[in-house]
Design a protein around this ligand. Structure first.
Ligand SMILES: Cc1cc2nc3c(=O)[nH]c(=O)nc-3n(C[C@H](O)[C@H](O)[C@H](O)COP(=O)(O)OP(=O)(O)OC[C@H]3O[C@@H](n4cnc5c(N)ncnc54)[C@H](O)[C@@H]3O)c2cc1C
Length: 508
């Protein structure tokens, strides 16, 4: 059966070689500090076996006809895109934020489009190799991280212009049996507890950047791959157990130390075949695009988790009927709805690519993702505002349970007499996890703004793709410059435009 369990996942983790480095030590994947991240992955396996989630969290593989996890599926239709978005939202509610398995699904969807187009356009066998890999990925229900972000050195210079040529991951040798890569990928979520690392380029490549046009997939414990790990987790609770306190995160700074990648796992090799370089920007943007579409599922959930916590805190503090409270919470709900709606409509306007993979509309996806990124700090501000200072100064749990201080500590937690002090305590403790923790900083605030690309990247994408000439026709007509106004409509646009950009630039 292609749908596996969390136990299967943990057994695989236990068998992996130790290539994780944390705090000056080499550690294994059983390390306590990685348990919180694995707890999040557990949710993605468990729901596939629960009848009420089955329709949403599983799908039929277009390769084998087998029932598979939706986290391994290539979207075949608008319905698949909508289901992925809704699944992401529903599961993020269950873990209080990022579900951490979307990078894999976004990477395989992007590769399914590009490798097909490369085979069609260049006569390569990249898609054939990718489909063999995808079948293995689906049959084993694997977890993948997607390593896109390079260190990038000087931000204004292209890969081949950098003083140190390794600032972007590059192919140093291309030979018949495979490639050897050197460089790093940084800020990569979930890799310390992923089965596979899927690597894609981070940006548009010019004809002189062929060595950097590279995509492949390898097991996360592959030889000559080192993962420098930064975990985030909550203080252990002794008394008030709660789902939110069990979760965690593991980020990786991945070093590829002249790593050999066998040919059957190489999906793009711009050094061996410079014609493939044209597809690097298309792949980079398409992964970012699918990831931004996933954000239209997870970010509404984050806003809803925050709105839900704000509403509960306001009730416990006795201020829920105050006008300013309603006004503030309405912005959180409004942002969630608008971001989700943008992703939904971009799915309705999807285009099916020649490979059969559905690609959502780019303008709407980016507009939704950017709104989410821009609003994230306002949302945390509302929570900090409505909670008051105790979230930041709350004594340790023990003091509320000790014989010496417990009774008085609880007495002074009492607010609304209808709410037990234990629930007030739980609310503050949960709020501490949600807005004042290591995880809040990493997955809520920083990933909230930068994950999938900084807001500026969404602006660049939208402005590159929007037909300004057509837009200006409205003003030209209204101002009497043109006598006629053709009916204004906007066509669906997708990252395919990057191919045209490369061709144009190659001719210049
Ligand atoms: C918690 C977290 C998890 C992440 N997970 C993943 C993951 O799983 N996989 C993955 O591949 N990536 C991941 N990322 C990386 C994320 O995609 C990047 O952080 C994001 O794309 C921004 O890149 P950067 O961090 O290099 O910042 P920079 O690119 O250095 O951005 C910093 C600022 O510089 C500006 N800037 C950059 N270049 C230019 C330029 N040429 N001209 C003008 N302004 C410029 C940006 O707009 C921004 O304002 C994650 C990030 C975070 C914070």
């Amino acid at each position: 059966m292609a749908i596996k369990t969390f136990d299967d996942f943990i057994q695989r983790m236990n068998r992996m070689k130790d290539n994780l480095y944390m705090g000056g030590e080499k550690i294994s994947r059983t390390d306590e500090r990685l348990k919180g991240g694995q707890r999040i992955i557990k949710e993605t396996y468990d729901v596939a076996h629960r009848p009420e989630f089955e329709a949403l969290c599983t799908a039929t593989s277009h390769l084998t006809g087998e029932r598979i996890s939706r986290f391994c599926h290539v979207h075949q239709s608008t319905d698949d895109l909508l289901a992925k978005q809704q699944m992401t939202r529903a599961l993020c509610h269950r873990v209080g934020g990022c579900i951490q398995r979307c990078m894999g699904i976004d990477a395989i969807n992007a590769l399914s489009v590009i490798t097909y187009e490369m085979d069609q356009g260049l006569g390569t066998d990249c898609d054939q190799k990718f489909r063999t890999y995808l079948k293995y990925f689906q049959d084993n229900d694997l977890v993948a991280s997607c390593a896109q972000t390079d260190p990038k050195g000087d931000r204004l210079k292209r890969p081949h212009e950098q003083a140190d040529p390794d600032q972007y991951l590059r192919i140093i040798e291309s030979r018949p049996d495979g490639i050897v890569v050197r460089g790093a990928k940084i800020n990569i979520t979930n890799t310390p507890y992923a089965d596979e690392i899927v690597v894609v380029p981070t940006r548009f490549m010019t004809a002189r950047d062929g060595d950097y046009a590279v995509a492949f997939a390898i097991p996360a414990d592959w030889d000559d791959v080192k993962l420098l790990v930064r975990p985030a987790y909550h203080h252990k609770r002794k008394h008030l157990k709660a789902p939110i306190s069990e979760i965690g995160d593991g980020e990786a700074f991945i070093i590829f130390d002249d790593t050999f990648i066998p040919r059957d796992r190489v999906f793009m090799d711009g050094k061996g075949d410079p014609r493939q370089t044209a597809y690097a920007g298309f792949l980079a943007l398409l992964f970012a695009h699918y990831h931004r579409h996933s954000y239209t599922g997870c970010k509404p959930a984050v806003s809803e988790v925050l709105a839900s916590a704000a509403a509960l805190m306001a009730e416990y503090n006795g201020i829920e009927k105050e006008a300013h409270v309603k006004e503030k919470i309405s912005h959180l709900i409004g942002t969630a709805e608008l971001v989700f709606a943008a992703g939904q409509v971009s799915a309705y306007r999807a285009e099916v690519s020649p490979s059969g993979t559905a690609i959502p509309d780019e303008i709407l996806t980016n507009a939704g993702r950017r709104l989410a990124g821009e609003e994230i700090y306002n949302e945390y501000k509302t929570l900090a505002d409505l909670s008051g200072g105790l979230v930041a100064t709350l004594p340790f749990e023990d003091e509320f349970f000790s014989d010496e201080t417990g009774q008085l500590a609880n007495k002074y937690l009492q607010r609304n007499p209808n709410i037990s002090t234990e629930n007030v305590h739980r609310c503050f403790r949960g709020m501490e996890n949600l807005i004042l923790s290591d995880i809040a900083g990493v997955l809520g605030m920083l990933a909230g703004i930068h994950g999938g690309g900084s807001p500026q990247m969404e602006t660049i994408t939208m402005m590159a793709r929007y037909d300004m000439g057509k837009l200006k026709n409205i003003a030209k007509y209204l101002f009497g410059i043109e006598p006629q106004l053709p009916m204004y409509t906007r066509e669906t646009v997708t990252p395919r435009a990057m191919l045209d950009r490369f061709r144009k630039q190659s001719k210049e």
